[in-house]
Design a binder for this molecule. Structure first.
Ligand code: MG
Ligand code: MG
Ligand code: MG
Length: 305
């Protein structure tokens, strides 16, 4: 039997990348043979973090053999995971999303409604008496900053803030300065194709019967991204046809002002209008104060289907 594989979701974000490294470190300290993996390309924000700590990215995992032992971080759904997940043996899940997986066998499952997987992993280090070194602290802190948009997202809980403060001490980092630099690194779209931009942080979600993709791209300037609206729409249209979607919603999230400009296509685009009381003009609208897909988009759209 090979090593236990630890990975986060497809289109990995900083939480998925760092949590696979951080859990792997913990498991090794506990004497298990594990390997940190990822299910997609490293984004520029994660690249910034890895460069900052001087660590290699987890190995890109193309597929897993039947019966492989795995641990999931930052996700708990088939759709967001490796294709062959059903034929693997899931030993452990550490996550902060809704439960969307039924294994049919017992496993270690730790889910808490906090802003970031790393906040849970921090507790696991404490519970197991494993010391958090400076590099690990920087990885963890980066993910908390990323997932909570520097503590401004409604997904951020007092626990995330408390843990981040502890980590910042170990990391010897000023959260605001480092955090903004890191988030800005993630907004750099140069060299990315339209499909790559649309896939940076895209999730396929069924809102009841409405087949949807809800994608998000962070920016420091909504206008800069809206300058390529026509190209984005062409790309969205293509994905909609391929995946037979009813709705494609792209959130262009202003990380400084915490608003999202949305581009919405599909026969159920009306859902966005009724959910937020806005009128889409030229397929777009500004959603004031909306930054979290998990808290401010998915449940609201679902309720309005
Ligand atoms: Mg994530
Ligand atoms: Mg996360
Ligand atoms: Mg996210």
């Amino acid at each position: 039997m090979g090593k236990i594989l630890i990975f986060g979701h497809k289109n990995p974000d900083t939480d998925s990348i760092t949590s696979s490294l951080v859990l792997a470190n913990l498991e090794r300290k506990m004497g298990r043979e594990v390997e940190s993996c990822r299910l997609g390309k490293i984004n520029k924000e994660s690249e910034y973090v890895l460069r900052y700590v001087g660590m290699e990215a987890p190995r890109l995992l193309e597929d897993v053999e039947d019966g492989a032992e795995v641990m999931l971080v930052d996700h708990a759904s088939n759709k967001e995971s490796i294709d062959n997940l059903d034929n693997t043996k899931i030993l452990k899940i550490i996550d902060h999303h809704k439960v969307a997986l039924n294994t049919g066998y017992p496993l270690y499952y730790r889910a808490e409604p906090v802003g970031c997987t790393e906040t849970i992993l921090y507790k696991l280090y404490q519970e197991n008496g494993v010391e958090i070194d400076k590099k690990i602290a920087i990885l963890m802190l980066s993910a908390i900053i990323s997932d909570t948009l520097l503590f401004k997202s409604p997904t951020c809980t007092p626990e995330d803030i408390k843990v981040a403060k502890e980590l910042a001490k170990i990391a010897e980092i000023d959260c605001d300065t480092y955090g903004l630099e890191m988030l800005k690194a993630g907004t750099d779209l140069t060299g990315l194709s339209i499909p790559e931009i649309l896939n940076l942080d895209a999730k396929e979600i069924d809102l009841k019967k409405v087949k949807s993709v809800i994608a998000q791209v962070n920016t420091a300037s909504i206008a800069d991204v809206m300058a390529i609206q026509a190209d984005l729409e062409t790309g969205m249209q293509k994905i909609m046809e391929e995946k037979q979607l009813d709705l494609f919603m792209l959130l262009i999230t202003d990380i400084v002002n915490s608003d999202s400009q949305v581009i919405v296509l599909g026969k159920r685009a009306d859902l966005v209008e009724t959910s937020y009381g806005v009128k889409l003009e030229n397929n777009t609208a500004l959603l004031k104060g909306v930054v979290s897909r998990k808290k401010q988009v998915v449940p609201i759209l679902t309720e309005n289907v």
